[in-house]
Design a protein around this ligand. Sequence first.
Ligand code: ZN
Length: 220
Amino acid sequence: MAFRRRQTRAGERVLRLCAVLALPVAAVLAAAVLRLSRPDPAEVEQALPDCVVRDLLPVNEWSRPGDSLKRVRGIVLHYVGNPGTSAQANRNYFASLEDGELGVYASSHFIVGLEGEVVQCVPLTEIAYASNTRNGDTVSIEVCHPDEAGAYAPVTRERVVELTAWLCQAFRLDPEEDVIRHYDVTGKLCPRYYVEHPEAWAALLEDVEAEVEAQAAAEP
Ligand SMILES: [Zn+2]
């Protein structure tokens, strides 16, 4: 009897130990599987939507260092801070930094313009100089705006929602967790309107979430 009870207790201890170990082990395994299944930026680059016009910056120290972006864990939204300028003008500004005369490091993967146009400056396989400590694991979207307040114009906002949702789908990101403002990285007032109006930011994220679902439903 005593021997059997000891055996039972030992069995219970083993079971308890398994239960305690199982959770962290499962979490580690799930994280590893998720990492392995995160899409390769090179593949996503090949599948970009038609609205994207590629006008890549020349590889240079100041705006396109050519360092590889291995995994994308987030999307960072910005505003150009220069009211009324076009996506092309901002792309050309980034390109003009290459001689180093201004001593400014700056760029972005995408710029969404006042007419909803999208210019790509840096391929998804490389980092851009937009989001400070998150340059190494995020895709950046700069956005043009008509005035100082920095709200995106309706057609621009619509395109930002569409592109951000597409990138969330492509990189298997969660809009609520993984789409952030430059402000969330450094505390910088960028994108200004969506820092000063948190409810407008929340509404934007909700629209991205709905668009992710709409795009997923529309997939063949
Ligand atoms: Zn910014």
